[in-house]
Design a protein around this ligand. Structure first.
Ligand code: TRP
Length: 448
């Protein structure tokens, strides 16, 4: 079976060396695997959330498209497109917006960070927060669910968004699937082996720290940036500590095993920092020089790039258009001509029962069991991984005798001698016992 891999790149900047090593290069390598079906796109609708400078948006889309192609992306193998060329995506965003819980989106890190900042500054909590920022995860869910991606390579800061895509997709499946799973549940893919590159000052290479090394500008600019890498003050002839040198980390990210160990030995032997920088430049120039030439050739032919992206959009829409058609049908946006179902016949056969909603908390996984009316029946304990949490929800779903132990005005559900989830605290024992009854009902196998 092929694995569908999908990721988006927000088009607000010019790719730098860190983007290349951390995202572009591994994505291109992954796309060459025989069982991979890769979808890579320019997230230019997402860019509008962060940037209101049209020239910058325009420039960045062009630069990012040229970068990926110059770096060796094979558009015959993958589907490479601009998000804004796929009208099905904003349409799906709306369908998902209508099932996404506002409470879920309230918990999104990026939104919460803005609110926290406002509160700290004594401002209105939502000051400066656009609906675009608030709904950002829904648009991203549409990107992912539109193409039923299995794996979504992202940075750690995006894991929560992929989990929200699962949540929203699951809810849509539950409401409209009638037993059919429209959406595949995507997994965030965090490549542990690809290093986040350090920047000139040793912090993570990032445009916001102004510590980046340019990728495809010119050899001279790359050299200039390298000359600004911060090192310690050891003189030529003094032994350097490769393991505490981000210059060495940068070198390693582009070198072969042998090159790295040679460089390490030379640093230990007292190689001067000036020479070390020269060596890093030579390595990068030989690794990236040819791609840089490709890049400049592409940038000078924007019409060709436009054609490539239009072809990519057509390819993507061959999947998106019919799939969105199905989804429109499912929610009831049907043609009058073909709609033969009577209202009575279309009444849901399956009653909407309780549902599990999983979420992530710091480094652990939890879930809630919500009643049909959205009230919380249970909140799980913390599990080390999603699998463990999933196994527990599965066991609970299977029904059977529940081991419920009351404790004061609340109760816990136990499995194999351990408490796996707790109820809220109720006003009195009667309310608690009523909740136990609704829990049993909610988890009883459905009869229809
Ligand atoms: N939000 C992602 C980022 O900032 C970009 C993105 C948009 C994305 N849509 C996506 C990534 C879908 C993966 C899948 O990095």
């Amino acid at each position: 079976m092929t694995t569908r891999i999908l990721t988006g790149i927000t088009t607000t900047g010019t790719p730098h060396l860190g983007n290349y090593a951390g995202a572009i290069r591994p994505a291109i390598v992954a796309s060459r695997q025989s069982d991979a079906d890769s979808f890579y796109f320019l997230a230019d609708y997402h860019a509008l959330i962060k940037c209101d400078d049209p020239l910058r948006i325009q420039r960045s889309r062009l630069e990012i498209a040229a970068t990926w192609l110059a770096a060796g992306l094979d558009v015959d193998r993958v589907t490479f497109y601009r998000q804004s060329d796929i009208p099905e995506i904003p349409e799906l965003t709306w369908l998902l917006t209508c099932v996404a819980a506002k409470g879920l989106l309230n918990r999104a890190h990026a939104y919460k960070a803005s609110v926290d900042k406002n509160v700290e500054a004594g401002e209105d909590p939502d000051a400066g927060v656009s609906m675009g920022l608030f709904s950002y995860p829904v648009l991203m869910a549409a990107d992912i669910l539109m193409f039923n991606a299995h794996q979504v390579p992202v940075g750690r800061d995006q894991i929560q968004h992929v989990e929200m895509a699962r949540d929203i997709g699951q809810r849509f499946n539950h409401l409209f699937g009638n037993g059919k799973e429209f959406f595949v549940m995507p997994e965030a893919l965090i490549e542990e082996s690809v290093a986040t590159l350090p920047g000139l000052d040793g912090r993570k290479m990032s445009k916001s720290y102004d510590n980046t090394i340019p990728l495809f500008s010119s050899a001279k600019e790359m050299k200039d940036a390298i000359s600004r890498i911060v090192t310690d003050s050891r003189l030529p002839g003094e032994a350097k500590d490769p393991d505490n040198s981000h210059l060495f980390t940068l070198y390693q990210a582009f070198a072969s095993q042998e090159q790295s160990s040679e460089f390490r030995a030379d640093l230990l032997q007292g190689l001067g920092w000036g020479d070390a920088k020269q060596r890093l430049f030579q390595l990068l120039d030989s690794e990236l020089g040819e791609a840089r030439e490709n890049y400049h050739r592409l940038i000078e032919r924007p019409a060709d790039l436009e054609d490539i992206l239009q072809a990519g959009a057509q390819k993507a829409r061959r999947t998106a258009t019919p799939f969105l058609g199905e989804l429109r049908e499912a929610v009831g946006l049907r043609s009058f001509r073909t709609n033969t179902q009577t209202v009575a016949a279309s009444k849901k056969k399956v009653s909407k029962g309780a549902r599990f909603v999983s979420f992530r908390e710091d480094d652990s996984f939890r879930f809630r069991l919500l009643a049909a009316d959205g009230e919380q029946l249970l909140l799980s304990r913390n599990f080390a991984d999603g699998k463990a949490a999933g196994a527990v929800t599965k066991q609970l779903q299977q029904g059977g005798e529940l081991d419920i132990r009351t404790e004061g005005e609340s109760f816990g559900v136990w499995l194999q001698g351990a408490c796996v989830a707790d109820s809220p605290v109720f006003a009195d024992a009667a309310a608690r016992d009523a909740a136990i009854e609704s829990l049993k009902l909610a988890l009883a196998p459905q009869q229809d």
